[in-house]
Write a protein that binds this ligand. Structure first.
Ligand code: NAD
Length: 441
């Protein structure tokens, strides 16, 4: 099959590369010339475990191509995936300008039947707009090509994107013709061999499924954060409560870890967009509004603990931060809780010395010289008044606490991800604060 993927970011690059991996001929297209030039040299714009080798392998086997020329690249394609960004507009709704621009560009240059599939996260009704934009362009050209639109939301997780794409829990495809269904079945057949289901449905339901999934996950996070905050007040331990409720099969033990709030490029914007869609259509998403409010508050919880511990006397103090990305195994810092924490610390006159295994370059790009960048996790601790755990990278889980004790000015840890055990930390002589666990001071 011949595939065009338009938009070569996290989603487009992973999609294109994985489709090439199973033997399809794929061209990944982007308007960013530098990104495409680098990709041709095997230099990736993002960090994603395993992706670089896969890109290089498929490029060398002449199955994966990169281009800025959309018109040339979609010639003869069976399927064109739209995987461009849909950032939040000023009012919270998803900005569709890139999606519609791509639809128009396809309409201006397509010369055969193809299925145009929206992979970007887009509100219900977008496929209709994509169809209208393409039809308008075809009318101008007086070229009445037949085509189908489809919706195929992406559920990959940054940090585990390749596995998620190759071995998906499910593939959701919204279609409106048997022809499109048959083609999409062919595209995804190689990924279904181990029993992973493909769920065909109408297009509005597929578009809604993505928002419902992300909103449900964000809800789980905010719910547990709310419970954690109450545990602290009441003297309960949220780690125990989590185990207690997670063993109920109806609740399940996944995604119920408290922390310092969700971030990233998806949950915050998708929750906002769904609230806005509902509002525009005369409905109020009361639960999601609270999910957002709890999350905003939670991003401040670690700073508040620091402030309280030092009784407000923090100006001039140095804080070591372990972790900057919004979650482990990615360099993505979009809406990361680390940014809120750093802002609050800097505003209060503190020095921040940070280390992240892969997000240092990205952090430098965003924060410039506002903070100090450590060479490694231990370097960050030298003369620090306290350590803040911000992202739960595996390498932070079992550090040498004797070295920590020696390097730090004071043995204080604010653990925003509950990666350490409060009793062990107290026995090792650390003053320890977790999330939803009451310190015995
Ligand atoms: P991204 O910002 O990493 O990449 C988008 C790419 O599209 C950029 O490289 C940009 O240059 C390119 N682009 C913009 N306009 C273009 C145009 N007219 N022609 C060609 N290329 C163009 O975005 P992303 O994180 O890959 O997300 C893409 C979509 O997928 C979003 O709707 C997002 O919500 C959704 N999504 C993202 C994830 C994730 O984990 N990142 C997961 C699932 C779904």
């Amino acid at each position: 099959m011949k595939i065009a993927v338009i938009g070569t970011g996290y989603v487009g690059l992973v999609t294109g590369t994985c489709l090439a991996e199973v033997g399809m001929e794929v061209t990944c297209i982007d308007i960013d010339q530098r990104k495409i030039d680098n990709l041709k040299l095997g230099i990736l714009p993002i960090y994603e475990p395993g992706l670089e080798e896969m890109v290089v392998r498929n490029t060398s086997k002449n199955r994966l191509y990169f281009s800025t020329d959309l018109a040339e690249s979609i010639k003869g394609a069976d399927v064109a995936f739209i995987a461009v960004g849909t950032p939040p507009d000023g009012d919270g709704s998803a900005d569709l300008k890139h999606v519609i621009a791509v639809a128009r560009a396809i309409g201006r240059s397509m010369n055969n039947y193809m299925v145009i599939v929206t992979k970007s996260t887009v509100p219900v009704g977008t496929a209709r707009k994509v169809r209208a934009a393409i039809e308008e362009e075809l009318q101008i050209r007086e070229m009445p090509f037949d085509f189908d639109v489809a919706s195929n939301p992406e559920f990959l997780k940054e940090g585990a994107a390749i596995d998620d794409f190759l071995k998906p829990d499910r593939i959701v495809v919204g279609i409106e013709s048997e022809r499109a269904e048959e083609i999409m079945q062919r595209v995804y057949k190689p990924f279904l061999l181990n029993g992973h289901p493909i769920i065909f449905m109408d297009i509005p339901s597929a578009e809604m499924t993505k928002y419902a999934a992300n909103s449900m996950l964000a809800t789980k996070i905010s719910f547990m954060n709310d419970i954690a905050n109450l545990c602290e007040i009441m003297g309960a331990d949220v780690n125990m409560v989590r185990k207690g409720i997670g063993s109920d099969a109806r609740i399940g033990n996944k995604f119920i870890y408290p922390g310092i709030g969700y971030g990233g490029s998806c949950f915050p914007k998708d929750v906002k967009a769904l609230i806005k869609t509902a509002c525009d259509n005369g409905y109020e998403m009361k639960i999601l509004k609270s999910v957002e409010a709890v999350n905003e508050n939670q991003k401040n919880v670690l700073f508040n603990k620091v402030y309280k511990h030092f009784q407000g006397d923090i100006a001039g103090k140095t804080f070591a931060l372990w972790g900057l990305s919004f979650k482990p195994k990615t360099d993505d810092m979009r809406e990361a809780p680390s940014l809120t924490i750093i802002d609050r610390l800097l505003e209060a006159g503190c020095h921040v010395k940070a280390y992240d295994p892969v997000a240092m370059k990205e952090a430098h790009h965003i924060l410039g010289d506002k903070i100090t960048y450590a060479n490694d996790q231990y370097d960050a601790l030298i003369d620090a008044d306290a350590l803040l755990i911000v992202t739960e990278w595996p390498e932070f889980r079992s550090p040498n606490f004797n070295v920590l004790s020696k390097l730090m000015k004071d043995r204080i840890i604010f653990d925003g991800r509950n990666i350490y055990d409060i009793k062990q930390m107290q026995e090792a002589g650390f003053t320890y604060y977790g999330i939803g666990v009451k310190p015995q001071y």
